[in-house]
Design a protein around this ligand. Structure first.
Ligand SMILES: NC(=O)c1ccc[n+]([C@@H]2O[C@H](COP(=O)([O-])OP(=O)(O)OC[C@H]3O[C@@H](n4cnc5c(N)ncnc54)[C@H](OP(=O)(O)O)[C@@H]3O)[C@@H](O)[C@H]2O)c1
Length: 212
């Protein structure tokens, strides 16, 4: 384990490519009224630690609504924001803040530049919301999920995905904050994994297994 940054194993920090990070409840809910449905400080800390963990370039790709909800570019990361109107937002001032708005074609090119043999020396993190997860999950090499116990009121969801393509590498910190129980868990795509693939048939079944 990396001792400087909790929540990370060395394997996470050393691999190039595309990672995905999300917090979701048992219904796969991720947001409400363009905010997170919960407030878990340790989850925010984990998000920051993971999305700055690569020892080189760290970049994030997010939807325009997620960017609005964050309100500013994330420091120490290149920020790519998916929008249908990038020309409305791009400026030299934003560029100086490492903030770039891209349309779907641009986002595809960015994601692909972090994959494959000729990939950039860096890591791209898919950080939501729903549209980014849905459109790009197939590129992810590793997924970092915070399972938030319970069924919250939400208006957007993580997409349904095939759990059998993923192996559950580790779970950490079963704990409670503000009365909310949550578990951090890491998964590898079958392309990279030496761990057994998940056997559970449904997300709910898996959620219950991880959350105990
Ligand atoms: N729990 C978590 O881990 C987590 C993580 C991130 C976000 N969230 C939550 O998720 C919610 C926001 O997510 P969301 O799904 O509503 O929105 P989103 O995915 O963040 O952003 C949607 C926007 O992305 C752009 N977009 C999407 N598909 C596109 C395409 N094919 N081509 C061009 N542009 C495209 C559009 O921007 P334009 O309208 O500008 O064209 C669209 O309005 C918030 O509640 C946030 O708090 C939760």
């Amino acid at each position: 384990m990396n001792t400087d940054i909790p929540y990370l194993s060395d394997k996470v920090t050393l691999r190039n490519g595309v990672g995905l990070i999300v917090a979701m409840d048992r219904n796969r809910g991720i947001g409400l009224n363009n905010q997170l449905p919960w407030r878990i400080k340790a989850d925010m800390q984990r998000f920051k630690a993971i999305t700055t963990s690569f020892p080189g370039v760290n970049a994030v790709l997010m939807g325009r609504k997620t960017f609005d909800s964050i309100g500013k570019p994330l420091p120490n990361r290149i920020n790519y924001v998916l929008t249908s109107t990038p020309e409305k937002f791009n400026s030299s001032e934003n560029e100086a803040k490492q903030l770039f708005f891209v349309d779907k074609d641009g986002a595809n090119r960015i994601v692909e530049s972090f994959c494959g043999i000729m990939r950039q020396k860096g890591k791209l993190w898919l950080i939501g919301g729903e549209s980014v997860y849905r459109d790009f999950i197939t590129y992810a090499d590793d997924i970092h999920i915070t399972f938030v116990r319970g069924n919250f009121e939400t208006d957007c969801k993580f997409p349904e995905f095939d759990f059998s393509n993923w192996s559950w590498r580790e779970s950490m910190l079963h704990t409670t904050e503000n009365g909310i129980r949550y578990v951090f868990a890491n998964f590898d795509n079958y392309r990279n994994s030496t761990y057994p693939l998940n056997k559970e048939k449904s997300f709910e079944e898996f959620f219950d297994k991880v959350c105990g």
